[in-house]
Design a protein around this ligand. Structure first.
Ligand code: WTA
Length: 593
């Protein structure tokens, strides 16, 4: 296979050679070559994503095409990105913020979110993006954990900060970047970067590879929120995966649908693409299929990075809606965040002429770890293979030894040391240590992340086939134990959503006197279908052909909506706790209407 493969739309895919070619002689240094970066050049993500692009003839190129609610639209060049991020950096320094301070950005996907993200990094601060739909309690936990010194927000969201501010002694500065200045309270500062004097020059902080950059709180389908700390050196992992997996090229118009409150929205919605000088689109308005397609049509989007939960919503609305728009600009589609059902891959080929290619990674990994490359044979339902430079294995569930034989289920694990790997869970060294198999009890985070004899364990289960493709089974905590047999929710859910009536499905274990657990399915239906005895029979007959008897649900519950995290992941843990009458645990990331 070679990089000249043509997609069904006839576009040559050229950023990537064959998978085998890339494996041979792999070196993360290739990322530096791509950017023409040499030892001694400034290593600062904020500057690389703006100043450096301008210095290399990109100043006039469009960096950001932005659309908001209603008809609000704006475009910004890389020079605007440079000047407005300078503006934020300069302003923060003026406010007494120092390198290493945590600065939270808490706003909708407005342009200032992107400018300030880069601005904080330029002045050496640690940027802590938080999803703006968080309520005051969720916000408080994360600001307290990070010892955040300043928060950048908007008039729309500042009331949540006011409620908690007096309980947060470290939080010295509340800065409002958009809205009505006259509505500010005493002590709050207003800063509208586009109205302020242009800051043409700002000397960015000379970060070292290990200088702290982005602090992401995990989306929390399990346990308490944890602050995964990243460093400026992560950029090499993000640049190389952006180039090879997202396959971005100079003339692309790229749309990452993720919010920068989550890692996809920063690693691949800010850092990777802008370091490469790529034009990005941002849509800051609610989801409808038509609105999304209109956005692709109007902006001639070529590369699209989205998530299974969105893809399933698009599927639910049908190919007919897609057919009403001109989506011919699309040439490459990628997905992350949850298992991508085989059906979604097959459907997208029908609806868009292109398969969605799955990518697997985590907040903690910082960059894509297992993936389908452009040009590589797609096996629908599989996550693909390990990215070159990543040593991935499955560990035996009990012994934690690497598993050799194909088809056997184990824990997905990686050898530490890739550039974008998280360096710590802020203030929770013991939790960090618990993620490594073979770690000494007193090992420090620095020793752990550089020790290539250890395995970083992801908390997800998978199998690998004879060709080296990974097949996702489920999160460790979501796996169902029925009569001593472990059943992954993903295969059950995949079978269910292939039925014409079912839009989304979650498989969980419910208590059973004999088998400990039996499978229960919780599903939402497509428009035009109602629960009935006949439907149930039809579903059961349909999945019986696809599933082993063990994996067959004993009960199907029909719901209007499945509980999801705000980042769009189905919260099986929540359904399971309801079923078992147990404590639900931390629900701060549960999506509310
Ligand atoms: C899940 C998002 C199956 C997985 C970048 C992982 C996936 C968690 C996939 C990380 C995929 C992500 N197939 N499951 N392609 N991608 N996941 O931290 O359980 O928000 O551990 O990072 O999402 O979610 P996070």
């Amino acid at each position: 296979m070679s990089g000249t493969r043509r997609t069904s739309k006839g576009t040559a895919l050229s950023n990537i050679g064959s998978y085998d070619e890339r494996l041979k002689g792999f070196d993360w240094g290739i990322a530096r070559e791509i950017l023409g970066w040499e030892e001694g050049d400034l290593l600062n993500i904020g500057a690389i994503c703006s100043d450096r692009v301008c210095a290399r003839d990109g100043a006039g190129k469009i960096a950001l095409i932005w659309e908001g609610f209603g008809d609000r639209k704006a475009t910004y060049t890389f020079d605007d990105l440079r000047v407005y991020s300078n503006g934020f950096a300069d302003f923060l320094v003026g406010q007494g913020i120092e390198p290493g301070d945590r600065v939270c950005v808490f706003m909708d996907k407005i342009p200032s979110l992107y400018f300030s993200f880069l601005g904080v990094l330029k002045m050496g601060g640690i940027v802590q993006p938080l999803f703006c739909a968080f309520g005051d309690e969720s916000l408080e936990v994360r600001l307290a954990s990070a010892g955040t010194r300043a928060i950048l927000t908007t008039q729309k969201h500042v009331r949540k900060v006011r409620k908690i501010q007096e309980r947060l002694p470290s939080l010295e500065k509340v800065i409002v970047v958009a809205g009505d200045e006259s509505k500010l309270k005493d002590g709050e500062v207003f800063f509208d970067v586009e109205a302020a004097l242009r800051v043409e020059e700002f000397e960015s902080h000379a970060a070292g590879p290990e200088t702290r950059s982005v602090l992401h709180y995990t989306s929390g389908t399990t346990g308490q929120p944890k602050g995964a700390q990243h460093v400026h050196d992560s950029i090499w992992g993000q640049v190389l995966t952006t180039s090879w997996v997202l396959d971005l090229r100079d003339d692309d118009v790229y749309w990452c649908t993720a919010d920068p409150g989550w890692v996809t929205g920063t690693s691949y919605g800010i850092i990777g693409p802008w370091a490469l000088g790529i034009t990005q689109c941002v849509l800051d308005s609610g989801f409808t299929s038509s609105r999304w397609y209109q956005f692709i049509q109007d902006n001639r989007v070529t590369v699209w990075y989205s998530a299974p939960t969105a893809i399933r919503s698009l599927m639910r609305d049908g190919e007919e809606v897609a057919a009403r728009f001109d989506l011919s600009s699309l040439r490459h589609l990628t997905s992350v965040g949850e298992p991508l059902n085989a059906e979604a891959v097959v459907w997208s080929e029908k609806a868009y002429g292109l398969p969605f290619l799955d990518t697997y990674w985590q907040t903690e990994t910082g960059s894509i770890m297992i993936t389908n490359f452009p040009g590589m044979k797609v096996k629908p339902g599989s996550m693909g293979k390990a990215f070159p430079g990543i040593t991935a294995a499955l560990l035996d569930l009990r012994t934690h030894e690497p598993i050799g034989e194909p088809g056997k289920v184990g824990l997905i694990a990686f050898r530490p040391g890739w550039p974008a790997m998280f360096r710590e869970y802020r203030g929770q060294d013991d939790v960090y240590r618990s993620k490594f198999v073979g770690a000494a009890d007193d090992a420090t985070p620095d020793e752990l992340r550089t020790n290539e004899d250890l395995w970083y364990v992801s908390g997800d289960r998978s199998s690998i086939d004879a060709d080296g493709y990974f097949w996702f089974v489920g999160r460790d905590d979501d796996v169902i134990n029925t009569g001593g047999h472990l059943v992954g929710p993903f295969e059950i859910e995949s079978a269910l959503v292939e039925h014409e009536a079912i839009a989304e499905a979650a498989a969980i274990g419910k208590p059973d006197a004999v088998n400990m657990e039996v499978v229960k399915a919780v599903v939402t239906l497509n428009p035009g279908f109602e629960p009935s005895g006949d439907l149930e029979l039809s579903i059961m007959n349909f999945i019986r052909k696809r599933l082993s008897p063990l994996a067959m649900p004993q009960e199907i519950e029909y719901v209007e909506k499945l509980p999801k995290t705000r980042s769009g992941k189905i919260l099986r843990r929540y359904l399971r706790a309801l079923e078992w009458g147990e404590e639900v645990g931390d629900l701060s990331t549960l999506e509310h209407d």
